[in-house]
Design a binder for this molecule. Structure first.
Ligand SMILES: NC(=O)c1ccc[n+]([C@@H]2O[C@H](COP(=O)([O-])OP(=O)(O)OC[C@H]3O[C@@H](n4cnc5c(N)ncnc54)[C@H](O)[C@@H]3O)[C@@H](O)[C@H]2O)c1
Length: 259
């Protein structure tokens, strides 16, 4: 399928995991891609892989918490291609600790990257999509935005916030024919999950492998997602097939939240 030929996709967190899988999926389907990340070498490698699909792909250093970085990135896309059709806000981090031990700085860091970063990128592209009278915003939330577990206050709060933010953005874009949706992945095989496994396993006195295999068993499908499985749903949300779908928070979690 080549559903996005001539379109422009801006992806935050494009250097790794779900963001990278989305960048590659849009490139495979013909879109020019602006890859944004703080990890410059990984981000450039992702853009390089995108270019192998015959599209233009730029890698730019962008910290999603910095207003000026986001504005510069959006301006670069507009100067180069004159439009933005797709925004995927995937940049995110996980930190977790029992509530009484969460330092204020850790809370603020997670909220800044996972929620304020999404706000800044949505705010920057919304007027462009309204003017174009088309466009798709896809914000990566989490199953943690719909349910929760202990020692994840800041992560869950940030991801629930993304769902609320997405609904409001969807309301503002709807009259202009543009959409905003959130995707709520379950456990997905990325560097983030490796980090989560190491953190929680250390706290629980088990190995990361034991923690990973227990979490896979919690899921009705009995396994983790691969990043491309999340990217497939993101691509659907950017496609013509989902033009009447907006303001939703879609669980792509192997049945985890419903169970
Ligand atoms: N992996 C999972 O199981 C899972 C589940 C649910 C939701 N998510 C969400 O999916 C998104 C992607 O996570 P992932 O698993 O691919 O993680 P990842 O760690 O593999 O990738 C995250 C990327 O975001 C980048 N990043 C971090 N801080 C940034 C900042 N301030 N500005 C710009 N880029 C920044 C990192 O450099 C990295 O390249 C996150 O929002 C995460 O919360 C992941």
């Amino acid at each position: 399928m080549k559903r996005f030929v001539g379109q422009v996709a801006v992806i935050t967190g494009a250097g790794s995991g779900i963001g990278k899988a989305c960048a590659l999926r849009f490139a495979q389907e013909g879109a020019n891609v602006l890859c944004l990340d703080v990890n410059d070498s990984a981000n450039e490698a992702a853009a390089q892989e995108c270019r192998q699909h015959g599209v233009e792909a730029l890698a730019m250093h962008c910290d999603v918490t910095r207003e000026e970085d986001i504005e510069r990135a959006v301006q670069t896309a507009m100067d180069r291609w004159g439009r933005i059709d797709i925004l995927v806000a995937a940049a995110g981090i996980y930190r977790g600790a029992p509530l009484a031990e969460v330092p204020l700085k850790q809370w603020q860091l997670v909220i800044d990257i996972n929620l304020t970063g999404v706000f800044l990128s949505n705010r920057a592209v919304a007027p462009i999509m309204m003017k174009q009278r088309s466009g798709s915003i896809i914000n990566i939330s989490s199953m943690a935005g719909k349910t929760s577990w202990p020692a994840s206050a800041e992560y869950s709060a940030s991801k629930s916030g993304v769902i609320g933010l997405t609904r409001s953005v969807a309301m503002e874009l709807a009259p202009y024919g543009a959409t905003a949706n959130a995707v709520c992945p379950g456990n997905t095989r990325t560097e983030m999950v490796e980090h989560v496994a190491a953190t929680i396993a250390a706290r629980e006195g088990i190995t990361p492998e034991e923690w990973l295999s227990q979490r896979a068993k919690d899921c009705p499908m009995g396994r983790f997602a691969e990043p491309w499985e999340i990217a497939g749903v993101v691509a659907f949300l950017a496609s013509e097939d989902s033009r009447y779908l907006t303001g939703q928070a879609i669980e792509v979690d192997g049945g985890m939240v419903m169970s």
